[in-house]
Design a protein around this ligand. Structure first.
Ligand code: MLT
Ligand code: ZN
Length: 466
């Protein structure tokens, strides 16, 4: 590996102002939101086109340097933290919405575009990009493709994978593979784009994508409901799916202690929408096309769930402000999480019916190793995806391993997955084999070896970190 003349060579590709070396590389390019991993990349490069990305990859490959794409750094597992001595590639100059096609209902967008800006650009044209998550203001399109992000509306519109129709990537040898098509159906051979989606930048660099848009919903109904039993919450969710004729878009479940901790910590900013003390709380949202009829239907369905005794209480937002207040319980987590720092955050998945067994086993496993540990559960229950926040006032590698073991043991026992939506990165890599078989991991290694034999792309992550 040689860095002589690297800066000059990179500048000839992207221009004088778009290469930063060593200490001139800002912190935000070297850490992710978990702040667990610091790195010292040799250079930060900001290309303006796919051709420039390809030239940088060829240059890095020739010099034996690695490349990690850094996006909004809203990742939590170290996936986009550059390798020491490698190149950090930022696509922030490739952030254009290239085209919105309202007839095909597609959006062609560069990978550096912030998710929220893509959502807003679609909305201006009367279309809807359904992917939505708390980090919408920082996460990039390339990042949400790289992790196959999920978020708040998967229950209705699926994950990022379900919205990517066309993809353009640069492979580890600098080859540009471009299939920016607009058709939903294309069964001509292997669908390679799905291999790249969710590969955390280890198989190729996503530069552009064609995304599927939907007609924009014109009505939105939001409620907070409470149930005493987990089963009642899930039965209520299934009933809402049917009774709202497919309009249920979010069902964010919160265990009692999560709800109490968040609303208590937020109380100086806004009153809790509902008193704590019920077993479970769920944020329920529907989206449709006829406000009067949809509001009436939403109210009627919730009322019947209360009359039946499935739902103990429900509050329907009557204004945008009330809607924001309900969402804030789930999304404005900083006040509630700050006193719990340092903590470990998990995103696991399992069959929905297995959630109570998982939660009980995780609590018991944690209590056995750290009786003073506290754990809060919440998540996208309709997707089988739970988040857990575990803390005990202090943290070191032993404590973290103890927490990881308790949570991942419990998830393995119910046949779930250690990573529902945030990926493997660095921190989950030691546990990949807990919920993936040896044959699956061998297949992953074969694919990585075929596409990136010299380990140019995002080394030290996923299989490399096991
Ligand atoms: C979320 O659902 O809020 C995000 O996945 C982040 C998290 O809570 O871990
Ligand atoms: Zn989540």
């Amino acid at each position: 590996m040689t860095c002589d003349g690297l800066e000059a060579e990179l500048r000839t590709v992207v221009g004088e102002d778009h290469v930063h070396i060593g200490d001139a590389i800002g912190e935000r390019y070297r850490v992710d939101v978990s702040r667990k991993y610091q790195s010292r990349p040799v250079a930060l490069v900001k290309p303006a086109s796919t051709d420039e990305v390809a030239a940088i990859v060829r240059l890095a490959s020739r010099r034996g340097l690695s490349i990690t794409v850094v996006g909004g750094q809203s990742g939590t597992v170290g996936s986009a933290v550059p390798a020491d001595g490698g190149i950090a590639l930022s696509l922030e100059r490739m952030s254009r919405v290239v085209e919105i096609d309202p007839l095909s209902m597609t959006m062609t967008v560069e990978a550096g575009c912030i998710l929220q800006l893509a959502q807003e650009a679609a909305e201006v044209r009367g279309a809807f990009l359904p992917l939505d998550l708390g980090a919408r203001g920082s996460a990039t399109i390339g990042g949400v493709i790289g992790t196959n992000a999920g978020g708040n509306r998967v229950i209705r519109w699926g994950m990022m994978r379900d919205m990517v129709i066309g993809l353009e990537v640069v492979l580890a040898d600098g080859t540009i593979v471009s299939s920016l098509t607009k058709m939903l159906k294309d069964n001509a051979g292997y669908n390679w784009k799905h291999l790249l989606i969710g590969s955390e930048g280890t198989l190729g660099i996503v530069t552009r994508a064609v995304l599927r848009l939907r007609p924009i919903p014109t009505s939105r109904q939001t409620a907070l409901i409470a149930t005493e039993r987990f089963e009642d919450a899930i039965i209520a969710m299934r009933r809402l799916e049917v009774a709202l004729s497919g309009k249920l878009s979010s069902f964010e479940l919160m265990w009692s202690d999560f709800y109490a901790a968040m609303t208590e910590a937020q109380s100086s900013q806004r009153p809790a929408p509902m008193a704590p003390g019920h077993g479970f709380y769920a944020l329920v949202e529907a989206m449709g096309g006829d406000a009067v009829a949809d509001n009436e239907q939403f109210e009627r369905v919730l009322m019947s769930l209360i009359e039946e005794g499935l739902v103990a209480d429900a509050i329907i937002a009557q204004s945008d402000r009330e809607r924001e207040n309900i969402w804030a319980v789930r999304e404005d987590m900083t006040p509630g999480l700050t006193p719990l720092r340092p903590f470990c955050a998990y995103d696991v998945s399992m069959g929905i019916a297995d959630m109570p067994a998982f939660v009980a086993a995780a609590r018991a496993g944690l209590a056995k190793v750290y009786p003073d540990a506290s754990v809060l559960f919440y998540g996208h229950a309709g997707d089988g995806n739970l988040h857990a926040i575990v803390s005990r006032g202090s943290m070191d590698t032993d404590i973290q391993r103890g927490f990881d073991t308790a949570i991942f043991d419990a998830v393995r026992d119910v046949g779930g997955s250690i990573a529902a939506e945030h990926g493997i990165g660095v921190s989950r890599a030691p546990y990949l084999s807990w919920t993936r078989s040896p044959a699956e991991i061998d297949l992953m290694r074969t694919l990585k070896g075929a596409l990136d034999p010299n380990r140019v792309l995002n080394p030290g992550k996923l299989l490399d970190a096991m």
